[in-house]
Design a protein around this ligand. Sequence first.
Ligand code: TXA
Ligand code: MG
Length: 344
Amino acid sequence: MLTKVLTVTDTNINDVALEAACLLKKGELVAIPTETVYGLAAQIYDDAAVKNIFRVKGRPQDNPIIVHISSISMLQELVCDIPSVAYDIIDKFWPGPLTIIFKKNKCISDIITCGMDTVAIRFPVHPVAQKIISCTGIPLAAPSANLSGKPSPTSASHCLHDLDGKVPLIVDGGACDVGVESTVISVVSKNPTILRPGIISLEEIKEVAPNAVVSDSVLRAVKSNEKVESPGMKYKHYSPDCDVVLVDSDQEHFVEYVNTVAKDGDYAMCFQEEYQYLDTPYLTYGSVSDAEEQAHNIFEVLRRLEILGVKKVFIHAPKQTGKSLAVMNRLIRAAGFNVVKIDD
Ligand code: TXA
Ligand code: MG
């Protein structure tokens, strides 16, 4: 299959969205930009198309997919209960980088939810994503548009790298602003529970949902047979094809550790305040104090390490609070939970 890449401009956005919608209505898959990461979309009422998402990505059969909408009226068709706290969360954060898990309506197929009785819904703020969904007129099922296990795609070229020859169209809407996937919060449990941290932090959600909590599986390894609230937590994710060691320490200890143990050809992935002290080659992923900048860069940097053919990388871990929790959650999984903790 030939994969076409269409770049969106101010003048062609309607034509590109119509072309994407036409393919989606025919049951084809299209990679689309969102403000978080690119998504691999299919229309939700075409079971064969949704099954194709799993096949193309190599996605585990028990990892459910997020449904994307472009209006609140679409939400009402898809879910059977919207608790009042969900309205407070929606008012503050939608459209935007937040996915909410509800009890599902019958119209949502078991293929999307992998047999669960809940469904994850996201209303992206990206104008191209919104236009493609509204032109299709049907919500779109879309996981991140990477091959399963690989870093999520934050540009059309990342999508092309993973999906060339496998999908008919990639819509290029430029680099994603946020750079990590949406915060996933369940409103089905007694207290709203963050299952995957994102750029919308617990602290921000607590302003409208004071009882909100973060699931304890966000920063720990989940066993393959463990029953979890969000199946995606079980899998190795975001990994470049090299050994990844996450070093959880202050700057001085990180530099000392890497300079002592790194062998020829090993890399460091570090903050821009510390590269000058390292004896190894390095890539920086932002300022130590800027979680949004780190989130924006991590997947691009993880992909670059793979392209460089790096065998082993030592990543300096970010903080584990606020927006940094999203970055830590991705990096700890990229490292397969291989963490070296050095206390003062
Ligand atoms: O920002 C994003 O969320 C991107 C863009 C494309 O919208 N999408 C994305 O999808 O990251 P994906 O498939 O890579 O991650 C979806 C996560 C998985 O961890 C999955 O297990 C979880 O959401 N999920 C989906 N449906 C769920 C459900 N009913 N209950 C619990 N977790 C669910
Ligand atoms: Mg994903």
